[in-house]
Design a protein around this ligand. Structure first.
Ligand SMILES: Cc1cc2nc3c(=O)[nH]c(=O)nc-3n(C[C@H](O)[C@H](O)[C@H](O)COP(=O)(O)OP(=O)(O)OC[C@H]3O[C@@H](n4cnc5c(N)ncnc54)[C@H](O)[C@@H]3O)c2cc1C
Length: 459
């Protein structure tokens, strides 16, 4: 008969994604002992390098932008290099009527009225974001007003130009929160912009999708796991978190498959939609029970199409394409560092992803590659490797890229989202201020949580 090991640590971390691993890294640097319990058979969470049919692909988070200084600092510390995304040549815009136009610069090649309306909406979003402290979006002067209207309806209250509204909506709805613009508030949209520095940053693909990590973004978690050695427990989903007061402090027990950890503090480094997979004893307070039901992940298919060569480059195309009306809303050159083959990555978001998943796998590939071909030519129809990242089917994630509040939720619950419950602290990119929804936000949350715990445990 085998018995489950029962170990003691200062802090137990649930989830070996970039947030949990960063917290573990900071805590051990401060001399505290940790155990990380991870449900999957690998570290990295929503960052994952894998080889599919001979093609090395980044199935989850990959890009780094210049404002993501916490992540950039950690990459430096871990000795991980970066490289730029290929972006020489023309981009392609597919208009609502299917017209394909090549262009350069950030502004889509639209008619003069649509351009003026898009610029007006960008300026308005920039001004609203500038008035917001991403640490407390609920204290924005118009917080309630913006949180009780959907982004879709707010855009139409600002402009009567449908193409402009859909194009601006795309940068936040399909492009970031991966929910239809009618499913989240204008405040949530402004927060998305403020967390990235400005709305202009989200419009500028050269900024927001600037660099990739040599060896892949999962390398962050893999490098930390190597330092932590036997303190990372894979295939160990946490099932129960039990806690009580103990000599003026806390005593927590995390019961995971294969290991039980007793510790002074617990870091829940998993997205909020998964908190209810764990039994808390005693139960979480009413406020948390309610709040967690208002945070959900979006849905996006990240499509990888690999070709013998990056054929679009010979045609003077960068590989970048946008369309609010096509099945594939965005496409980019995603060729790997030092690779002679060419890789495209495309994104199909929210209701279009629902449609795509209603098709057979064969028909889905046919329609998705046809959409890629609309941007880059018929050679795109025949990739040598084709793969769809489907995070909605992953039990320990259930969507992509990250969680956001439903209408009205951000100002109603946001102020309480980081309040610890007894010894339990919350840490993930979904709760970040700067770098919200991104690996940078996960790293910032890991560092912030570790700093709090180091101070508390020293006291
Ligand atoms: C397709 C896709 C593309 C993306 N693109 C980008 C990008 O280009 N740039 C960028 O910065 N970000 C991107 N992101 C977002 C980024 O990957 C996430 O924000 C980041 O990984 C979140 O880190 P985290 O540690 O907070 O959570 P996660 O990475 O989700 O880690 C949480 C971990 O907890 C584990 N877990 C869950 N429940 C339990 C349990 N009960 N017990 C034990 N373990 C548990 C999970 O298995 C997981 O390993 C993308 C995400 C996806 C899915």
């Amino acid at each position: 008969m085998t018995t489950t090991p029962n170990i003691q640590r200062d802090v137990v971390i649930i989830g070996a994604g970039p947030s949990g691993m960063t917290a573990a890294h900071e805590l051990t640097k401060a001399g505290l002992s940790v155990a990380v319990v991870e449900a999957r058979d690998r570290v990295g969470g929503r960052t994952w390098n894998n080889t599919i049919d001979g093609a090395w692909l980044e199935l989850g988070g990959q890009w780094v932008s210049p404002d993501q200084t916490a992540l950039i600092g950690l990459l430096d510390e871990l000795g991980l290099g970066t490289y730029s995304r290929y972006r020489d040549g023309d981009s392609v815009y597919v208009a609502p009527d299917g017209t394909r136009t090549r262009y350069t610069g950030e502004m889509f090649p639209v008619d003069a009225d649509t351009e003026a309306e898009m610029n007006k909406l960008i300026e308005t979003m920039d001004a609203l974001a500038a008035a917001m402290d991403p640490q407390e979006p609920w204290n924005h002067p118009q917080a309630r007003e913006l949180d009780i209207i959907s982004f879709h309806h707010w855009l139409r209250s600002q402009s009567g130009n449908e193409e402009a509204c859909n194009n601006i909506g795309l940068f936040i709805a399909g492009g970031m929160l991966t929910k239809p613009a009618h499913a989240f508030s204008a405040l949530q949209a402004v927060f998305m912009a403020a967390s990235a520095g400005s709305f202009t940053h989200l419009v500028d693909d050269n900024f927001i999708l600037d660099k990739r990590v040599i060896g892949g973004m999962q390398g962050v978690s893999l490098a930390i796991a190597e330092k932590l050695g036997g303190d990372v427990f894979l295939n160990s989903p946490a099932r129960t978190v039990r806690w009580e007061k103990n000599d003026g402090g806390w005593l927590a027990t995390v019961i995971a498959d294969g290991v039980t950890v007793t510790a002074k503090r617990v870091v829940m480094a998993v997205p909020p939609n998964l908190y209810s997979r764990v039994s808390f004893e005693p139960p979480l307070p009413r406020r948390q029970h309610q709040m967690h039901q208002h945070q959900s992940l979006g849905l996006v298919i990240k499509v990888h199409a690999v070709y013998d060569t990056p054929f679009w480059r010979a045609d003077g195309l960068s590989g970048t394409g946008f369309s609010a009306s096509s099945l594939v809303q965005e496409v980019y050159d995603n060729t790997n560092y030092g690779d002679t083959r060419g890789t495209l990555v495309g994104f199909i978001s929210d209701e279009k992803a629902d449609y795509a998943f209603s098709l057979s796998a064969e028909q889905r590939q046919k329609e998705i590659t046809a959409s890629l071909a609309e941007f880059l030519g018929d050679t795109a129809l025949e990739p040598v490797v084709y793969y769809e990242s489907d995070w909605g089917s992953e039990e320990w994630t259930r969507g992509a890229y990250a969680a956001s509040y439903d209408l009205g939720g951000l100002h109603r619950y946001g102020p309480d989202q980081l309040i610890p419950v007894g010894p339990i602290h919350w840490s993930c990119s979904d709760l970040a201020a700067e770098g919200y929804q991104h690996v940078d936000g996960a790293v910032r949350m890991g560092q912030f949580t570790a700093k709090k715990l180091i101070a508390e445990l020293a006291a």
